[in-house]
Design a protein around this ligand. Structure first.
Ligand SMILES: Nc1ncnc2c1ncn2[C@@H]1O[C@H](COP(=O)(O)OP(=O)(O)OP(=O)(O)O)[C@@H](O)[C@H]1O
Length: 261
């Protein structure tokens, strides 16, 4: 099973769009995928047009917010064929509070431990992280093996990247298996001066991790507003093609990993 965290400290760079679209794209190839929304904004459900009654909070704690026991499986919501969602949302505020009550040396491994039995028969866990950095972000990076970092093609994003790397380095001390695997340029607009410039800088710095850029495309926000992915609303859009390339790259990397292991 591959465990990929879509993470970046800066907000509004396309994390949720990427996590949802990648998860759906992988599921469309027949892979079994669980998308774990670790953002209190809980937008992944809306982007997929579903309203799960339960989510990460219930999955981790085994109870609903009234304190009644719920089965973990009831928290996994079937969002599409082969794609299950563990929804985020305001329950995560309470979850973060609870995580803070764990002993210091245990609080960062709670999500990873909760997810362990779910590994059987699953091909991908895709985590959508919140912007910023908190106990839940650290939990995600303890549960994941790979990080996909969306970077908006604007100058301030590169600043955000430096900050994020310092977080990543501290997470790697606790989870040495964690790798920055993909850098995904997002909101790329070749008509601006910034986008090609920033893309050039990224390519120099992250030759190995670089993915093909996702262009600026209003179809992505339109799709999200309608609760569809771009593959459903506009499969012919350039951004859909960009995300298909990402899906293919992730699958190919998995095959190469198997060959070399
Ligand atoms: N390539 C793109 N072109 C145009 N709009 C995009 C693109 N990618 C994402 N968007 C839009 O930008 C907004 C922010 O995207 P998204 O929610 O995916 O970012 P985020 O990094 O998850 O944000 P946050 O940090 O607030 O969770 C959304 O309205 C989304 O539809």
């Amino acid at each position: 099973m591959r465990k990929i965290a879509v993470a970046m400290a800066k907000g509004g760079v396309g994390k949720t769009t990427t996590a949802v679209t990648l998860a759906h794209g992988l599921a469309m190839t027949g892979a079994t995928v669980v998308l774990v929304d670790c953002d209190t904004q809980g937008q992944a459900a809306g982007f997929l047009g579903v309203k799960p009654p339960h989510g990460v909070y219930e999955f981790v704690t085994g109870e609903n917010r009234k304190g009644e026991p719920v089965s973990k499986n009831s928290a996994l919501f079937p969002a599409r064929d082969n794609l299950w969602l563990l929804a985020g949302g305001m329950g995560l505020v309470e979850l973060k509070h609870r995580l803070g009550e764990y002993p210091r040396d245990q609080r960062h491994a709670v999500l990873a431990s909760a997810l362990v039995p779910k590994g059987d028969g699953l091909d991908y866990l895709i985590f959508d992280c919140a912007p910023g950095w908190d106990v839940l972000s650290v939990n995600v990076l303890m549960a994941a093996d790979e990080v996909l970092c969306p970077v908006a093609m604007q100058a301030p994003s590169l600043e955000g990247l430096k900050v994020f790397f310092s977080y990543l380095l501290s997470a790697q001390k606790q989870n040495p298996a964690l790798r920055l695997k993909y850098v995904l340029p997002t909101l790329f607009d070749r008509r601006t001066r910034h986008s090609p410039e920033v893309l050039g800088q990224l390519k120099k710095r992250f030759a190995r991790q670089m993915c093909a850029p996702i262009g600026y495309n209003t179809g992505l926000s339109e799709a999200a507003a309608r609760g569809q992915t771009i593959f459903e609303l506009r499969p012919g859009a350039v951004s859909a093609e960009g995300y298909r390339l990402l899906v293919r790259k992730v699958i190919e990397d998995g095959k190469n990993q198997e060959t070399h292991s």
